[in-house]
Design a protein around this ligand. Structure first.
Ligand SMILES: [Cu+2]
Length: 217
């Protein structure tokens, strides 16, 4: 009986060791502004681990148009991703970008455009609507698979290999021009967390109340 218990304890111990080795590390961010309010619409991303860049992981993403706003206001994607721009409003929108990373336009439409738009170059893409000047949105096209959008002051990136991380945080209204750069190290056994404060400019975008049906463009 005693030997059986010892065997079981050893098995559980070995099992937990294997489980730990297989568990990849997690990076957690807590982000506030200068008034200690949790920040939305920021992006956390890792540019390199131990000096090595990750291979971008393209996906299909969505930027909706709702109540004459781009939703979400900021979308982060890996380079090579495609984005659908459904229009969930009754009014027609004419989505465009003149940004160097991607110049495109989707002429006046309702519903869902037939083709998603390919983003094949890293960089910041600023979205607008030809009809509604107050509509403003951003797509941050990243040359990395390791990123997370910040919601309610929180972001998590999981399944990271251990190593020295070069981390950046970006927000469209940050005071500084370039993304905030941080360096930290994580091991497989120890997850990393960042608490960061970001100084933001006041929000200028007009957030409109939903329009009543029938009040069409
Ligand atoms: Cu519009």
């Amino acid at each position: 009986m005693f030997r059986l218990v010892v065997k079981m304890v050893v098995a559980v111990f070995l099992g937990s060791l294997c489980w730990q080795a297989a568990t990849a590390a997690t990076l957690t961010l807590a982000l506030t502004d200068q008034n200690d309010a949790p920040v939305d619409d920021a992006v956390l991303y890792i540019t390199s681990i131990d000096g090595k860049h990750g291979t971008p992981a393209p996906k299909i993403a969505i930027v909706d148009q709702l109540n004459e706003m781009f939703v979400p206001h900021v979308r982060a994607i890996s380079v090579g991703s495609r984005v659908n721009f459904p229009n969930s409003d009754q009014v027609r929108h004419h989505v465009y970008s003149f940004s160097e990373a991607k110049t495109f336009e989707l002429p006046l439409y309702t519903g869902v455009p037939a083709q998603p738009v390919l983003f094949d170059k890293a960089g910041l893409v600023t979205l607008g609507c030809n009809i509604h000047d107050h509509m403003l949105g951003y797509i941050l096209v990243l040359d990395t698979p390791w990123f997370a959008e910040v919601h309610d002051g929180k972001a998590v990136i999981t399944n990271l290999p251990a190593g020295k991380l070069a981390v950046e945080i970006w927000h469209p209204r940050m005071m500084q021009e370039a993304a905030l750069q941080l360096n930290l190290a994580i091991t497989a056994e120890q997850n990393a967390s960042i608490s960061q404060r970001l100084e933001l400019r006041p929000e200028r975008m007009v957030r409109r109340a939903p329009r009543r049906a029938g009040n069409r463009y």
